[in-house]
Structure formats: C-alpha cells, structure tokens
Design a protein around this ligand. Sequence first.
Ligand SMILES: [Zn+2]
Ligand SMILES: [Zn+2]
Length: 146
Amino acid sequence: MSGHRLQDALETLKSTRVRMTPQRHAILEFLFESMTHPTADDIYKALEGRFPNMSVATVYNNLRVFKEAGIVRELTYGDSSSRFDSVTSDHYHVICNECGKIVDFHYPGLDEVETLAEHVTGFKVLNHRMEINGICPDCQTKAKQH
Ligand SMILES: [Zn+2]
Ligand SMILES: [Zn+2]
C-alpha cells in the first residue's frame, strides 16, 4: 500500500520538475513507509548512516520542496519542531501525551465547523485541524508494568 502511494508521489514530483536525488528518494521512502509523522530530525537520524554528508537542514529543505509539491503536509506545533505527514487527504490525529506518537484516524470531515467559523468570524476559512490527546496502547502497557 505504501509502495503505491510512494509511486504516486514520485510521479507528482516528476510532473513538477523536482529533480530526484538519492537523498530525496530516501527521505520520501522513509516518510511513506514509517507512517509515524516524523520530524526532520527523526528522518535525519534514520538516514545519516546512508548519507554522511546530509545535515538536518538538508532534510528540512527537501521536506519543504515536497510540501510545495503537495505530497507531504507539515504539522506545526508551536515552538517544538514540525512533524511531516505523507497522507495529504483529510484525516484526524490522535496524539500520545507520553511518547508523542501521532496516529491517523478517519472520521467524516467536520465541514460544518468551517462554515460556522466563517459565519461567526467573517474569516475566509482555509482548513482546520482537530487533534485528540491521550495515552497510546504501548504507553498504557508500560504504565501497567511499573
Ligand atoms: Zn505513547
Ligand atoms: Zn496524519
């Protein structure tokens, strides 16, 4: 499944004339296979063994290129570093308060919220983000063992 989406992303990049390099390919592959919403730093750590000349800044710049091409989404969290999502269709996130893991889940889009927000505030609404916080199954198990 992830192989299919990766292939689509590669096609999209080709059509936007983004030059494919081994580094870019590896970053994309990691993003699409891990499904963990990694930070640029996570990706850097996972790939530095294969690309000794790569820096976190390089990873970040590549992610920006992917974002502009519309194949990844950036999730910003205030002052902490951004996480990157290879699923660009609408979905919601549940976040573990203990380990910070982000898991996707699907729920009918809450379009009414946008309409209402537009109505009440006069904003031109572009999108919305809903996040559920909790403790993931792994962390629940860990807590029980202590
Ligand atoms: Zn957790
Ligand atoms: Zn996601």
